[in-house]
Design a protein around this ligand. Sequence first.
Ligand code: GUN
Length: 285
Amino acid sequence: MTAEIISGKQTAKEWRARLKVEADELKSKGVVPCLTVIMVGDDPASLSYIKGKIKGCAEVGLRSELKRFPASMQEAELLEVIEQCNADEEIDGILVQLPLPPHISEQKVIETIRPDKDVDGFHPINIGRMVAGEEALISCTPQGIIQLLKAKDIAIEGKHAVVVGRSNIVGKPVGLLLLKENATVTYCHSKTPDLSTFTRTADILIVAAGRAGLIGADDVKEGAAVIDVGVNRTEDGRLVGDVRFEEVKEKAAYLTPVPGGVGPMTITMLLANTIKAAKKRRGLL
Ligand code: GUN
């Protein structure tokens, strides 16, 4: 079997066109949602991700601002900046780019952001609501993965979904969202013995381990839908996923490429969350 390659770029483009319509409608009511991105330090990869987010805002007609601070910034200063953004009526979404320098507690930072402006969906209130299956701001990569599966009409209900990776940003939440869609979910991680025994039984395989080339054709069931969330840079500077693309494409029914798979959907869900936060705060949702 040769897999259909799921273009996140194409699905993201369709989503952004719809989000632009929503943003235009809001604009006619005098509301232009604003995303504030906070960057501490000058990590080039973080800056590149942030540029993508800011470009995405412009594309659908949202306002954005980037607040940049040196890596030497103290935790208390950052928490103060977040409090100011929390109180600023002009700001609908707050995103603090991770990772932060080691002297700043990421958890403290996340917990300082107002839950209704937490467009990353990382605040314990949003995570708790998601676990309970309630309305919440949901983190962008997991949401993007679900929307990619839906855009391709890939059945989730009753299927066996295997998630490789248990990070708070991707692995844990995507498993919960798949469960909400009535999949049977198995979590695997770095301490799972004989990973392949599990991955070979997956109808839907989500790989978010952060290990280049972890999953090959022998680890995948014929006809599976394989979503590669890995972003790894090779020694010669190329971006590669956690899945050995060329091998797995001959066995899976669906496969996402890296780059151009999950990545564009992550940013698109951030834009969707910013619009949602703006509407909700104004009682328009
Ligand atoms: N760093 C890598 N991914 C993310 C993300 O989704 N949100 C934030 N805030 N930082 C990140």
